[in-house]
Design a protein. Structure first.
Length: 405
């Protein structure tokens, strides 16, 4: 199935539907497939010019479509229990079986992260083929007004005319990457039906530096090293990349979801090591070697040199007194870098917060305020770590709603 954006004047096969899904992203398409498989007449409507835009750009073009290690612990939400039911009922293995059935080759990169060997387009095509097989209709390039509840369902005015449905599934995603079609529509809709919202902010996003913190790292743009980033009780060991605006890389993207302006960021530059013991060994074995050259064995030379220009004294190891060595170790394990902000929704992979799960059934994703109204995917206050967890939530929550709507 391929979807050609139809002009608003092209008539739809019907104005009456069992299920209308707003948003043709990962969650919306999965919900449409699940509802279609139950024999429901389903229409998916999206204002963008093509479906699954975020799937297409995900995973560097190879779509990190799930994570084999998915558990509820990798999700942030005001209610950490909310995601449990849906994740348990549609697992990474279920999606892998679907991928295999479509003959899509994949590989594990690291940490349970599964990517297509080929292009992300294969995942979009999989979803379109599955939707087509059960008669799901799709309409792109179609703007939508806020729906109204009527006795037996919902009425929505769209660029394709006035539509009615018994069940309405909201899968309009979060605010990240507005240039890809992101909008606050799902939040406005939820508010209109009496839902509360958990304040939104950018997640999985590079952190920015300002003033002296930025100046000190200015020349290091492009340098990457292993760190353990910690904040508010969360820790991630992975790569950190210095950018021209601040810091990024997987360790920083992960910790950004736990960080807010003013929070302490803890960056261990010698992750997995006892820094003091290691420095003491270097002092004993190489007393004449300067600190920057010792450090350059564990991190890029340019980074070690800059550390020893700004934060640490550079001198032969034998000249460090025991307290000075302790100070150096402490600094290496808690590098005092102060982030000033994030790059915001422009580059964020996800939006934290969203529709409060308190007003939604964790089993079916149905609103507790409006029967027949469902919220799935990123529009809800459920946000995964980097590494395929967000798509797994989209598949699982989509399946939960599509099986009930
Ligand atoms: P999604 O945002 O995918 O879809 C929402 C749809 O609703 C869009 O098609 C949009 O056009 C439509 N819409 C919005 N407002 C509307 C309106 N007013 N009217 C009609 N339609 C409207 N995750 C992961 O697990 N692995 C990965 O590799 C990546 N990689 C990645 C890279 C980048 C650059 C980004 C930005 C994000 C990722 N993610 C990811 C995150 C992942 O893409 C995201 O969590 C899911 O796409 C969320 O799926 P949803 O279907 O909920 O929203």
């Amino acid at each position: 199935m391929s979807v050609v954006p139809a002009p608003a004047s092209t008539a739809l096969p019907s104005t009456e539907w069992d299920v209308i899904v707003l948003g043709a992203g990962a969650a919306g398409l999965m919900a449409a497939i699940a509802a279609g498989q139950r024999g429901r007449r389903v229409l998916v409507v999206d204002h963008a010019n093509k479906v699954g835009k975020k799937i297409l750009m995900s995973g560097g073009g190879h779509c990190n479509f799930t994570n084999t290690g998915t558990t509820p612990a990798q999700y942030l939400s005001d209610n950490p229990h909310f995601c449990k039911s849906a994740l348990a009922r549609y697992t990474p293995q279920d999606f892998i079986e679907l991928v295999d059935r479509h003959g899509i080759a994949w590989h594990e990169k690291e940490l349970g992260q599964l990517f297509c060997d080929g292009s992300s387009k294969q995942i979009v095509q999989l979803l379109l083929d599955e939707a087509d097989a059960v008669g799901v209709q799709l309409r792109t390039h179609c703007t939508v007004q806020l729906p109204r509840r009527v006795d037996d369902g919902y009425v929505i005015d769209t660029a394709a005319g006035r539509l009615r449905c018994a069940s309405l599934i909201v899968a309009t995603g979060g605010l990240s990457i507005p240039s890809m079609g992101a909008s606050g529509f799902g939040y406005d809709l939820a508010r209109g039906f009496g839902h509360t919202l958990v304040p939104t902010r950018a997640g999985l996003v590079p952190l920015t530096l300002s003033g002296k913190h930025q100046e000190r790292l200015d020349e290091l743009s492009g340098v990457a090293l292993d760190v353990e980033a910690g904040c508010n009780g969360a820790f991630f060991r992975n790569r950190m990349l210095v950018t021209h605006r601040g810091i990024s890389g997987p360790a920083i993207l992960q910790i950004s979801s736990y960080w807010q302006p003013g929070d302490d960021l803890r960056l261990d530059l010698l992750p997995g090591r006892d820094a003091l013991a290691w420095l003491q060994t270097q002092q004993a074995e190489r007393p004449g070697t300067e600190l920057k050259n010792v450090l350059a064995e564990l991190m890029p030379r340019r980074f070690a040199q800059r550390l020893c220009e700004i934060w640490l004294p550079n001198r032969p190891m034998k000249q460090f007194t025991p307290p000075q060595l302790q100070d150096a170790a402490a600094l290496l394990q808690a590098w005092p870098l102060v982030a000033s902000g994030t790059e915001g929704y422009r580059t964020a992979e996800v939006t934290l917060g969203g529709v409060d799960t308190g007003g939604v059934s964790s089993r079916t994703m149905e609103s507790q305020h409006a029967p027949g109204l469902y919220f799935i995917g990123e529009v809800l206050d459920v946000t995964g770590w980097l590494g395929g967890y967000n798509f797994q939530w989209a598949w699982a929550s989509g399946m939960a709603a599509g099986s009930a709507a």
